[in-house]
Design a protein around this ligand. Structure first.
Ligand SMILES: NC(=O)c1ccc[n+]([C@@H]2O[C@H](COP(=O)([O-])OP(=O)(O)OC[C@H]3O[C@@H](n4cnc5c(N)ncnc54)[C@H](O)[C@@H]3O)[C@@H](O)[C@H]2O)c1
Length: 330
């Protein structure tokens, strides 16, 4: 008997991670219903799949129930929910839109998954652990947040609330979900406002990259291809239902070392700029010192481990930019 084609919806398909996920699933023969707030013809991220016959696009806002309902007229196997407001600047400048999009927008998506009995993959974040000093963080590690009035935590708290919605609906047998918490994902097509993408982008434009507050904070930089493999496993494996997974590269790097590595691998002689975040984001800004995952659960239940070390990943990014010089023009 002929196997029917698998169909999925990707919310946030025009974003960095969403567009890579769409590309991979289309290559595997899936039909992808993509949904995003941006115009298809304005999206560089989607240019290369826009004409794929298995890619169907809906422009809409997840905050708007009728937009979300429209895309659910297609019966699908899995919903990947990646739509979100992303970026520290936005959590500080407009925390209300962060809360509305993540909490209320996600509720609209989740309600439709419940109604249609569709499995959902929710993209959460390592920010959820806040500044818990006890690293590495397992999925059961504590959320340790600072002053509750600090806007930065609006993102972490909103994502946590959606995680709770999913736990509660799963408990009452209303939904099948898997949640993934990402750790500093980087790679081709990422908006160059994050440390790796921004450093490479600036250096290749002969501009100085930033190092924040001395650069001694650590992060685990996770290459996009590894993340996409993890997302697909978490969204499809039966054993993943009802579970949360840290998807992160296991070894930490200091921020200043990563910036210097970006300079070295770009073959440039440029000095980084020192940035004081209290001046940049205001005196109430709080950063996270170390952000390190324990990804043993993903290894055990999904058979997943991040394979790409920062040198390999940054080289791949630089190679991709050499073939896509439009990226440097933004
Ligand atoms: N990139 C990372 O390192 C990282 C880390 C932790 C968590 N995440 C999570 O992963 C997901 C994808 O992140 P990304 O890096 O691809 O971000 P991104 O900003 O590139 O993509 C997010 C997409 O969501 C869309 N979107 C925003 N508001 C919307 C709305 N109201 N309706 C419809 N679409 C809307 C945006 O247009 C964008 O295309 C997000 O949920 C984010 O919170 C990412």
């Amino acid at each position: 008997m002929k196997k029917s084609t698998k169909k999925v919806i990707i919310f946030g398909v025009g974003g960095f991670i969403g567009s890579h996920l769409a590309e991979k699933l289309l290559n595997q023969g899936y039909v992808v219903y993509g949904f995003d707030i941006i115009k298809l013809n304005k999206s560089k991220n989607l240019e290369f799949i826009a004409n794929n016959k298995n890619f169907k696009y809906t422009k809409g806002n997840i905050n708007n129930k009728s937009d979300v309902r429209k895309v659910f007229k297609h019966k699908v196997d899995v919903v990947y929910h990646l739509a979100s407001i992303v970026g520290v600047r936005k959590y500080i400048d407009n925390p209300l839109s962060v809360i509305e999009t993540i909490v209320l927008g996600s509720k609209n998506v989740i309600d439709m998954c419940v109604k249609n009995k569709t499995r959902i993959l929710f993209s959460s974040t390592s920010e959820i652990y806040g500044d818990n000093p006890l690293t590495p963080w397992a999925e059961t590690s504590n959320r340790v947040l600072g002053d509750p009035s600090i806007d930065r935590w609006s993102y972490s708290t909103s994502k946590s609330l959606v995680e709770h919605m999913l736990f509660a609906l799963f408990k009452s047998k209303k939904i099948n979900f898997s949640t993934v918490r990402f750790f500093n994902v980087y790679g081709p097509r990422q908006n160059p406002i994050y440390v790796v993408s921004q450093s490479v982008y600036r250096v290749l434009r002969n501009e100085r990259p930033d190092i924040y507050d001395g650069g001694n904070m650590t992060r685990c930089f996770t290459y996009i291809d590894d993340v996409i493999d993890g997302i697909i496993l978490a969204a499809n494996k039966k054993s993943a239902i009802g579970h949360v997974f840290n998807l992160g590269y296991q070894s930490p790097s200091k921020m200043k070392d990563i910036v210097k590595l970006c300079i070295k691998l770009s073959n440039k002689k440029i000095k980084p700029k020192s940035i004081n975040t209290k001046k940049l984001y205001g005196s109430k800004y709080q950063d996270i010192i170390n952000r390190i995952p324990n990804s043993n659960k993903a290894k055990k239940l999904l058979g997943w481990k991040a394979k790409t070390n920062p040198t390999e990943g940054i080289k791949k990014l630089i190679h991709w930019i050499s073939l896509n010089d439009w990226y440097l023009e933004k």
